[in-house]
Design a protein around this ligand. Structure first.
Ligand SMILES: Cc1cc2nc3c(=O)[nH]c(=O)nc-3n(C[C@H](O)[C@H](O)[C@H](O)COP(=O)(O)OP(=O)(O)OC[C@H]3O[C@@H](n4cnc5c(N)ncnc54)[C@H](O)[C@@H]3O)c2cc1C
Length: 469
């Protein structure tokens, strides 16, 4: 059932799930289908977490926040853990374009096309290209990290800044990784995409989450929104429920889809964990954040069909450090053509995304914050005009989001877009070994981030909970 915000909950549950990101929702659905009594609590007024959207101009303009592209695997995951209807609406995007001072080229983001571009455009010897893909294929998550991303590219393509940009730039946008991160985090995500290209959900995030919500309710999940959990109840080293606005709700297990560090240090309390674990948890680095500019077009205006995703940069070289700087000339444009939402008449929307640091946005005066936001908007419009000449005239709605917006709506500390760096994965996966019945899921360790990583991690942790129950 769907509780109203003023409803009090007196029932007890097998599992309480804190947060309805893709990981929390997928775990809820799996557990409910297994016959478990599940309560899903979400702080926001809608489900989805980062998988969200907003409407403007009386609903005629819709913007997706994180529907830019995910690997084919999402189709399989949705088929298995959600429904055929959801899975069938997952379609391949038409193309990805790179436009930067080094090159302007288009790819369907598959292994075949990348291999061809590396050989024919970048003039890399064929054996080298195959050796690179083979190396990625053989990477094993359970092996201790060997190389960093920087070392991986130096090993196969020494000194080739153009190749580095071609291979790494899309993944930096997909999971916030940098040259110092373990190469496994790049290898897994890049290989997932290379299997069949980039996919999207036809109908938009609003329709996806609506279908997921119906599925959850159909399978018996109790859902309550406007419900920010304050505390996880621990008794005798065991999770026994949560504290919600002063009320205790009891359960046999708790799964937190909230930020990893908030789960440990704010909601549970470090006194409930072993000292070694806490020492390691204190060292977990949050991932970086994002800025976005949302651009809506005047009714009746059109733009020519081109790539759905454009990695645009005016910077001569690609640098993972520069890409986080407010001065960066790089951004990704996602273009939503009418076929993304065929049920709406001629709906176009364009979203510019860039990675950014929370620290560059916190503690600004109101005036400075406004100026910086306007800079972001102007940069997006100026750059887009170079990609689609004449587009500026057609745009009649612009709004920007910053790391502070991300923090406000998802409660991720420092507006972290992709959870934590690699070391967070081990802390997340082993939480239940510290406190019986307390599990964590959601974007951590880079590998478990993104729509596919988060949804699959929800399934993994649901299995763990089954074992515990
Ligand atoms: C700008 C941007 C673009 C992206 N683009 C893509 C993309 O194109 N493709 C892709 O695959 N991935 C993309 N991602 C990443 C992807 O969206 C996320 O990794 C994924 O959706 C995270 O899911 P999650 O389960 O970790 O939970 P989250 O989405 O982080 O959701 C957590 C939920 O928990 C709730 N919550 C937190 N604390 C509490 C509490 N105490 N009580 C109750 N509720 C609480 C929050 O309100 C939130 O709803 C993007 C991310 C960003 C920021």
């Amino acid at each position: 059932m769907l509780f109203k915000s003023q409803d009090k909950i007196s029932k007890s549950y097998d599992v309480i799930i804190i947060g309805s990101g893709l990981a929390g929702m997928t775990a809820a659905n799996k557990l409910a289908k297994n016959g478990r009594a599940v309560l899903l609590l979400e702080s926001h007024n809608k489900l989805g977490g980062f998988a969200t959207w907003f409407k403007r101009k009386g609903g005629t303009q819709i913007f997706d926040i994180s529907l830019h592209g995910f690997p084919f695997g999402m189709k399989k995951t949705c088929r298995k853990y959600w429904s055929k209807e959801i899975s069938d609406a997952i379609i391949k995007i038409k193309g990805v374009r790179f436009k930067n001072p080094m090159y302007d080229l288009e790819t369907d983001f598959t292994r075949e096309d990348y291999t061809s571009k590396l050989i024919n455009h970048f003039k890399i010897p064929e054996e080298k290209v195959h050796a690179f893909f083979k190396y990625l294929e053989e990477m094993n998550f359970y092996d201790p990290p060997k190389l960093t991303n920087g070392e991986l590219f130096e090993k196969f393509f020494p000194g080739r800044k153009d190749v580095l940009r071609f291979l790494l730039e899309p993944i930096v946008y997909a999971n916030g990784s940098n040259l110092e991160d373990p190469a496994i985090t790049y290898g897994i995500v890049f290989s997932n995409f290379m299997s069949k290209g980039v996919y999207t959900f036809q109908g938009g995030t609003d329709q996806l989450i609506d279908k997921m919500k119906s599925e959850l309710l159909k399978n018996g999940v109790d859902i309550k929104m406007h419900s920010r959990v304050d505390k996880i109840l621990i008794e005798n080293g065991k999770a026994t429920g949560v504290l919600l606005k002063g009320d205790e709700i009891r359960s046999k297990a708790v799964l937190s889809n909230s930020n990893l560090l908030s789960t440990i240090f704010k909601m549970t309390g470090k006194e409930h964990f072993g000292s070694e674990y806490i020492k390691r948890a204190q060292k977990v680095r949050l991932n970086t954040s994002s800025c976005q500019v949302y651009m809506g077009m005047k009714e009746g205006e059109t733009i020519p069909r081109m790539s759905d995703l454009i990695f645009y940069s005016e910077d001569e070289y690609f640098s993972t450090d520069l890409i986080l700087s407010p001065k960066v000339g790089s951004q990704t444009f996602s273009i939503y053509y009418p076929d993304c939402r065929p049920h709406l008449k001629n709906h176009y929307a364009i979203v510019s995304s860039s990675n950014s640091r929370y620290e560059d946005w916190e503690n600004l005066s109101e005036e400075d914050y406004k100026v910086k936001k306007q800079f972001l908007i102007d940069r997006a419009l100026d750059s887009l005009e170079k990609v689609i000449p004449g587009v500026r005239e057609k745009i009649d709605f612009v709004e920007a989001a910053t790391p502070l917006t991300v923090e406000k709506y998802t409660l991720h500390q420092k507006g972290a877009s992709f959870g934590t760096k690699f070391e967070g994965l081990d802390i997340s996966m082993n939480m239940h070994k510290q406190v019986d019945g307390l599990f964590h899921t959601g974007s951590v360790g880079i590998i478990m981030s993104g729509w596919l990583g988060a949804a699959n991690y929800g399934v993994i942790q649901a299995h763990g909970i089954e074992g515990y129950l």
